[in-house]
Design a protein around this ligand. Sequence first.
Ligand code: NAP
Length: 233
Amino acid sequence: MLSLQSLGDHYHALVIGSSGALGQAFCDALRADPHCALVTELSRATTPHLDLENPSSIAEAAHELAGNAPYQLIVHAAGLLHRQGIQPEKSLAALEAEVLQAVFQVNTLGPALILRDFLPLLDSRGAMALLSAKVGSIGDNRLGGWYAYRASKAALNMLIKTAAIELARQRPQARLLSLHPGTVISSLSQPFRGAAAARPAEQAARELLGVIDRSVPADSGGFFSYNGERIEW
Ligand SMILES: NC(=O)c1ccc[n+]([C@@H]2O[C@H](COP(=O)([O-])OP(=O)(O)OC[C@H]3O[C@@H](n4cnc5c(N)ncnc54)[C@H](OP(=O)(O)O)[C@@H]3O)[C@@H](O)[C@H]2O)c1
């Protein structure tokens, strides 16, 4: 059974994007942790609700959830690779302005506002992690394609790194991490090659919580895989 050690005895956890495969798996794992006193879920389906394409809903949700702050753990598990009318692009010729805007809104601009509005609710010794993706690594990009998703996650990583520098000045014991979950069974990965090798979300969530738990303030701003290894930018 999961038992996180670095967040204190009665920690409060907040999972943003709790309706997704990884989001639900985080909530389930945290509820089973005897050290966890409270798990708050936030998604388009909760009250308050949070829609990454509606900036005012982000600020309003943070305002409403401030009552249970500080949170010792905040996990952002929302993201967009495909939906009706949106498919990852195989070539430059496939780029569409509306698709680029929507993917950046969900994967980058919304999370920027999440950082603005939720980082102030993080405990001074707490940890906040946002799910990025290894395909957002510029150095590791060997295959090309998936323009909007790759670029939106690369930009997310820059936002996390930049926010971590600011956080370190104000709360030097806090941690802010960018995490790659590996390929995980979910509706996001299901249509794509590689889905065959995908791991259950429960396993990925446990591994990622372990990475968060073992992280130290010096790791803040870093980009880590589910196995704890650093991923190049
Ligand atoms: N699965 C993988 O193999 C894999 C690999 C690398 C990285 N990741 C990253 O891991 C994260 C979780 O992915 P997953 O596999 O759990 O996918 P998932 O099951 O499809 O979940 C995606 C989540 O994002 C939320 N979301 C999408 N658009 C939103 C919006 N406009 N406002 C608020 N929430 C929105 C969904 O909410 P609704 O339920 O309301 O749609 C859902 O909670 C993502 O950031 C993804 O990029 C996943």
